[in-house]
Write a protein that binds this ligand. Sequence first.
Ligand code: IMP
Length: 269
Amino acid sequence: MQKFVIASANENKIKEFQEMLKPFSVRVVPYKTLIKDENFEIEETGKTFEENAKLKAETICEKTGLPTFADDSGFCVKSLNDFPGLYSARFANEVGGYDKAFEEIKNRLNGKCSEAQFVCVIAFARKGEKTLTFKGICNGFTVFPPRGENGFGYDSIFVPNSYGLTFAEMTDEEKNSISHRFVATSKFLKFMEELKKEQESKKSVKEDSPVKKVAKRVVKEKVQVVEDVIIAKSDTQPEIVSDDVFQVEVDEKFDAPEVPFSSVDDAKN
Ligand code: IMP
């Protein structure tokens, strides 16, 4: 089974991704089980969600040599130039918790409502390949006072467009069917499906496809025919065998099935 590393220490995220990637025969391993160094930390120095997600995925991929994915997310308030954005977790910590963070945001907005969005970016890094990113956005607006008991973080001050409830008033199922994380994850899973299909078709051509078998037989027989012709001709006529002679000899000897050139080349190797 293929092993993927998740560049996160968050138990909930790890479990969620392990579940999601089960159908793809992928074992999701948290990076801490592979990198034992207690002092090892990834500094999130990027200036965008993409940069931070990439930084995390690439750093761990580099260290482990294994395909690695990471995500980065946050809450962006449009009238505050997308604040707290990248600093969503840090800001709440610094002001003393989410209730204080809500107060602070409300004050900075002078009590007014603002458009807002949740953003999530998943980065997937593999050795020797360009790192891919999958972005999900959920658009909506801020509400004060906070409403709802479910969810976490900024859920209780955010109402997604076309909904009357905050994320914190929705059930997990409702939130998870429209959230930024859902959109990014769906894109990532779609890519995984395509990757799986590609790997399966490569495997079947390599191992046991009927095309490959026929191609191998044709190449072998053609080589034999050429050798026979060369030997036969060299006994009687020493000149070089032309393509015409080769074609005639081949057609007379057997009915060669139509095989694409690429398959024949592949079979030779
Ligand atoms: P991270 O992607 O785990 O680093 O999340 C960064 C921070 O963004 C979280 O700690 C929350 O403050 C905020 N955040 C991200 N996603 C959500 C969400 O779905 N609901 C509420 N807050 C979120």
